[in-house]
Design a protein around this ligand. Structure first.
Ligand code: PGA
Length: 248
């Protein structure tokens, strides 16, 4: 694990964007595993900016997203497809046909999830997987539990995740209770993983993931078993690692 300790959200975002841009330059037809949420927004802003300056092209880039809420249509303003369109896809030259976000309206979730995994496997897994982290240590929507789930699957969101995401909805009751999430098989199959976190509320999850025991009670701890993980955090998210004497 390589850890980049950055001053603040802006610096974390810039560093993450540099790592993603380097992947695209190195491999213009790369398969990116993409994430949604507040964490990657800044990195996407940098990527859009560099695209607009002519420094980067997404022409041949392909992407698969980590997750989507069950029950939200692609044009719902809180769906993750909508997030990707408004934060990245709609502003760069990526071919829409080359972007995949789980279908929150699928009528056959099992078949959909199987096909999603089959596609990722057929591509030889993603080249670079971008991840945020939940306050409870979740990655994608792989919530803490008794075991790691390998396949893409439908998840019941935890109360903690519903609370954390309520800020985006008119009321807490409007937050979907389920999501489709890539499983640990697809995440751990990625050639490279980029885990980002900002803010003090992520400090315990980051500390547990990097220094804690590998356990499904902190899903991101599984990344300790991955051979190529880059963690980019700001000072606040690093603070518990710092308090534990961890150097970066
Ligand atoms: P956030 O969510 O980036 O909005 O904090 C991250 C996550 O829950 O995985």
């Amino acid at each position: 694990m390589r850890i980049y300790r950055e001053k603040d959200y802006e610096a974390m975002s810039r560093r993450a964007a540099q790592i993603i841009a380097a992947e695209i330059v190195h491999n213009p037809a790369c398969l990116l595993g993409l994430a949604t949420g507040s964490t990657p927004e800044g990195a996407y802003r940098y990527l859009v900016d560099w695209y607009k300056q002519g420094l980067l092209s997404f022409k041949n880039v392909r992407s698969v997203n980590l997750d989507e809420y069950v029950g939200l249509a692609p044009d719902h303003d809180q769906s993750y497809r909508y997030f990707m369109q408004s934060n990245l896809f709609g502003h760069v030259d990526i071919n829409p046909a080359n972007t995949r976000v789980p279908d929150g309206l699928t009528l056959d979730a099992k078949a959909f999830c199987d096909e999603y995994d089959a596609f990722i496997r057929a591509q030889g897994y993603v080249d670079l997987q971008l991840l945020g982290i939940g306050r409870n240590g979740h990655i994608g929507f792989n919530e803490p539990g008794g075991f790691f789930v390998k396949e893409t699957h439908v998840v019941d969101l935890t109360e903690s995740t519903i609370d954390a995401n309520a800020r985006f909805f008119a009321s807490r009751d409007d937050v979907p209770k389920q999501a489709i999430s890539m499983g640990m098989g697809a995440i751990m199959g990625a050639k490279k993983v980029l885990l980002c976190a900002s803010g003090e509320e992520k400090a315990d999850a980051i500390c547990g993931s990097v220094l804690g025991s590998i356990s499904p009670s902190c899903p991101a701890s599984i990344l300790q078993l991955h051979p190529d993980v880059i963690v980019v955090v700001d000072e606040a998210a690093f603070s518990k690692l710092a308090a534990a004497g961890f150097q970066a």
